[in-house]
Design a protein around this ligand. Structure first.
Ligand code: SAH
Ligand code: DHB
Ligand code: MG
Length: 243
């Protein structure tokens, strides 16, 4: 059925993958997790705590968390910024990539989410290198700019999607040539190609791509992903030059 009008936050039925595909993709993700030992008691405990606290189950998947960690190691990240903490699942993956003396700052709007994340991070033994800043990221980011002595080496953007292009602008300001910027959830069941979408998350992704296309300081790509999180994707931007 083709609906004439869509409520904010809804994607059109035509974009929804069928259940058979979703099941298969999830099974393959579970196969990867088992074969590659992508979880451990600390990560499992974080997921269990998030579930017990009824946080939305929108954390990155284990294989995606490992991808973030490998990328952080590849760029030799010593300073990492995350926008959107939730229960700190992706935070733990990223922070484990830090060398001794490395630091991660993660921004979270919800005090409840931050509290759960704090406990998960403590259980992971990472409290000494992770700082959670509570508040709307667009309020926190200007303060951060005045405080930090050095730019971030890797920035993971995974908060409210309508603000993605604003977050990318801030990420550029807080970066140096060589900084890797990663943005989650830029495909949304393929709805990203629907220019007329009423979904503000989709429009957020489209504005992000406009900025990526027009920003001469960035060299960018994007990949579609399927798995336990359904059909979505990441954008990647390497800061190549600075004015
Ligand atoms: N990165 C996490 C998932 C983040 S979910 C993981 O993969 O484990 C998105 C988070 O962004 C939610 O916790 C939500 O509360 C937070 N968020 C939403 N709007 C925000 C804002 N304006 N500023 C900061 N965080 C925000
Ligand atoms: C949503 C947000 C996420 O960060 C994610 O990875 C998946 C879904 C959401 O708001 O629907
Ligand atoms: Mg996400």
């Amino acid at each position: 059925m083709r609906v004439a009008f869509l409520d904010e936050g809804m994607t059109e039925d035509k974009f929804k993958p069928d259940q058979g595909s979703l099941d298969r993709w999830a099974e393959v993700d579970r196969y990867f997790s088992e074969q590659l030992s992508l979880s451990d008691p600390v990560l499992d405990a974080a997921m269990a705590a998030n579930k017990a606290a009824e946080l939305p189950a929108i954390d990155v998947a284990p294989n995606q968390g490992k991808l973030l960690q490998l990328l952080a190691r590849m760029v030799g990240a010593r300073r990492i910024l995350e926008i959107g903490t939730l229960g700190g699942y992706s935070t733990i993956w990223l922070a484990r990539a830090l060398p001794a003396g490395g630091r991660l700052i993660t921004l979270e709007f919800s005090p409840k989410h931050a509290e759960i994340a704090r406990a998960n991070i403590a259980r992971a033994g990472l409290s000494d290198r992770i700082e959670i800043r509570i508040g709307a990221a667009l309020d926190t980011l200007p303060k951060l700019q005045t405080e930090i002595a050095e730019p971030f080496d890797l920035i993971f953007i995974d908060a409210d999607k309508p603000n993605n292009s604003e977050y990318l602008r801030w990420a550029i300001k807080l970066s140096r040539p060589g900084t890797l910027i990663i943005i989650d959830n830029v495909v949304r069941d393929g709805a990203v190609i629907d220019a007329d979408s009423a979904d503000q998350d989709v429009q957020g992704a489209r504005h992000l791509f406009e900025l990526l296309a027009n920003e001469p300081l960035l060299s960018s790509t994007a990949v579609q992903t399927v798995g336990v999180k359904g059909y979505d994707g990441f954008a990647f931007a390497l800061v190549t030059a600075k004015t």
